[in-house]
Ligand binder design. Structure first.
Ligand code: DAH
Length: 345
């Protein structure tokens, strides 16, 4: 009987020595079998009662040796596998492997142009003024020297709010001029970016919503030369350091004199002929000296102060710079279109 038990212990020893350990799962199986709280070796200790007295000591020794062999093997492999995986997990981490690509979002082309324009004017002391898109008739038209029967109102087909003849979606950012002049004392030097609305048929060239940037500078002794120099600086920052501009006389109710500014785009290819109608010049903005009536409407004394203003559309500039041919693409939020601007700041 005794020797059979000895043989059994011997077999357990051989088995645990031969047990193959390669992965964490193997190690865990080994632990459960030979080291864990209900391991096989422990059970063998219970057999000591069946061993002849004179061999009990020998048996105990043998079992202790087996137990120690199991623990040593377990600890050896545990250390080894943990060293390889760097942690308790069975996941080996390859620190040299490339990380999964993080897709970059993109700015909207309108935002790209707006931000560029804002930064250009911020550098020469203009601050950003933002105002409401739902305006009243006074700020959008009357204050801007466009009284009710003024023909210029027809130039801008207006969305009125339901059942209202007073509340409307602003047709231009010039309404911000009135809000700022009423609330701030000169010197005033602001640009006002934002969305505007007109009741126009949507096509590839026009939309019922678009963006403008308004500029306003009011101080003592502001002259047309200041306006021209400011716009030249803008054009050269925006369209390149050698860009030429021209100012053509025009009409706006809120400025006197008024002008439109063109930049020389060039006639280098067929597209240039098309977009400049064969002239090489592109109209970018409207501008002028703030009409004394406007100053007065907004509580600024025209005998003391003068100023200039300008307003420009953003979509057209975005379309020119990014060769976009259909304005509707700017409002559809099709990610296939927008993705193309990834990385453009
Ligand atoms: N508000 C004009 C428009 O929407 C643009 C404009 C022209 C703004 C001349 C101005 C200006 O400030 O001086 O067409």
């Amino acid at each position: 009987m005794s020797s059979e038990i000895f043989d059994k212990v011997q077999r357990v020893l051989t088995a645990l020595q031969e047990q193959n350990i390669e992965r964490a799962q193997d190690l865990e199986a080994f632990r459960v079998k030979y080291v864990g709280s209900k391991n096989e070796i422990k059970a063998l200790f219970g057999e000591i009662k069946n061993v002849a007295n004179e061999r009990k000591k020998e048996f105990g020794q043998l079992l202790n040796d087996v137990k120690q062999a199991a623990e040593e093997k377990y600890n050896h492999w545990k250390e080894k596998l943990e060293g390889e995986s760097g942690g308790e997990d069975d996941i080996a981490i390859d620190l040299t492997a490339p990380t999964a690509a993080i897709p970059l979002g993109s700015r909207h082309p309108v935002s790209i142009i707006l931000n560029r324009i804002i930064h250009i004017f911020e550098r020469i002391g203009f601050t950003v003024a933002e105002e409401r898109e739902i305006e009243d008739d006074w700020h959008n038209f009357t204050a801007m020297n466009t009284p009710e029967d003024h023909p210029a109102r027809d130039m801008q087909d207006t969305f009125y709010l339901k059942d209202s003849t007073n509340e409307l979606l602003r047709t231009h950012t010039s309404s911000v001029q009135a809000r700022i002049m009423k609330n701030q004392k000169p010197p005033i030097r602001i640009i006002a970016p934002g969305r505007v609305y007109r009741n126009e048929t949507i096509s590839s060239r026009s939309h019922c919503q678009f963006h403008q940037v308004e500029g306003l500078y009011i101080d003592k002794d502001v002259s047309f030369a200041d306006l021209k120099q400011t716009l030249l600086y803008f054009a050269r920052e925006m369209y390149g350091p050698k860009t030429d501009i021209r100012l053509r006389p025009s009409f706006f109710p809120f400025t006197e004199p008024s002008a439109e500014m063109d930049v020389y785009w060039g006639l280098n290819n067929e597209d240039d002929y098309r977009i400049t109608k064969g002239t090489g010049w592109l109209e970018i903005l409207g501008c002028g000296m703030v009409d004394p009536n406007v100053l007065e409407n907004c509580g600024i004394d025209p005998d003391v102060y003068s100023g200039f203003a300008f307003g420009m559309g953003i979509e057209r500039q975005a379309m020119l710079q990014h060769k976009i041919t259909d304005i509707r693409q700017l409002f559809q939020n099709d990610t296939r279109f927008l993705k193309q601007f990834s990385g453009v700041i």
